[in-house]
Design a protein around this ligand. Structure first.
Ligand code: F6R
Length: 257
């Protein structure tokens, strides 16, 4: 079932998801988190870190798997997802770095990196809770339009739109890599529960097509319709392409639910 919630904004969405994840970790210390990068999930990581601190939650056995990485970027580069995940998730939450995985964007080992990543996810028992943002073109992970619904972790080209959208993180558009390695749509669908978050008017069309459009490789996020446990969290602007009857407006966190 896809539950669509409209919240006040990114901070409220972060609190909402962090609340669920905090309880999941307390119930199962070996919880496996699926980690997105980009701007959207940052409030979740901040809110979860706050709970870990204030409630003394033991995260030493929690694992994490990032969705994607740029190909050919130095893992030490500030904008590599190795670096971003380390700074925003591993360090912020105090996770064991050995349990946090990011696909390798090393061009020399790309042929085997996808299968190795799938195997690492499998060996960890699968992702329990997958955090997702969505591209303005409907991508999830770096599965751009045209990505098969059953695709697995592999190298993909980035579209010009995605490169331009991500140019804000680099000195210039020329510095944005042209390829990435990403979990496939099929990989993402294997997670136990999906959280898809989107904020802002520029995501409204992609959100509407993901929720109401036909399930199609042209809008990779539409694949969430095939997943039994999905929570979509939006601000009012990102929900503006939906009918009000399609969502629930939420003012608090799910504590006690
Ligand atoms: C990031 C990722 C992408 C982003 C999407 C939205 O790991 O896989 O799908 O979630 O591009 O990016 P933001 O959140 O920066 O708008």
């Amino acid at each position: 079932m896809t539950e669509v919630l409209v919240v006040a904004g990114p901070a409220a969405a972060g609190e909402y998801v962090a609340d669920i994840l905090a309880r999941a970790i307390q119930t199962d210390p070996e919880t496996v988190l699926g980690l997105a990068t980009g701007s959207t999930p940052l409030p979740i990581y901040a809110a979860l870190a706050e709970r870990v601190r204030t409630e003394g939650i033991d995260v030493s056995s929690v694992s994490g798997f990032a969705l994607d990485e740029y190909v050919g970027i130095d893992p030490a580069h500030e904008q590599s997802y190795h670096h971003v995940i380390d700074a925003e998730v591993t360090q912020t939450l105090g996770l064991n770095p050995e349990r946090v995985h990011v696909p390798s964007g090393n061009p020399d080992t790309l042929e085997s990196a996808g299968a190795a990543y799938e195997e690492a996810i499998r060996a960890a028992g699968g992702v329990g809770w997958q955090i997702l943002g969505i591209g303005a073109n409907g991508h999830i992970g770096f599965n751009e339009p045209g990505s098969p619904i059953d695709s697995l972790t592999r190298q993909v080209p980035l579209t010009e739109q995605t490169r331009q959208d991500n140019a804000r993180f680099f000195d210039s558009i020329d510095d944005v890599p042209r390829h990435a390695i990403t979990q496939g749509v099929g990989t993402i669908l294997r997670a136990g529960h999906l959280f898809l978050l989107a904020f802002g008017e520029h995501k409204a069309d992609a959100v509407a097509r993901a929720i109401n459009g036909p399930v199609s490789p042209e809008i990779p996020a539409s694949a969430i319709q095939q997943h039994p446990n999905v929570t979509v969290l939006l601000d009012a602007a990102a929900a503006s392409g939906l009918d009000a009857a399609e969502y629930t407006v939420v003012t608090g966190t799910p504590a006690g639910v």
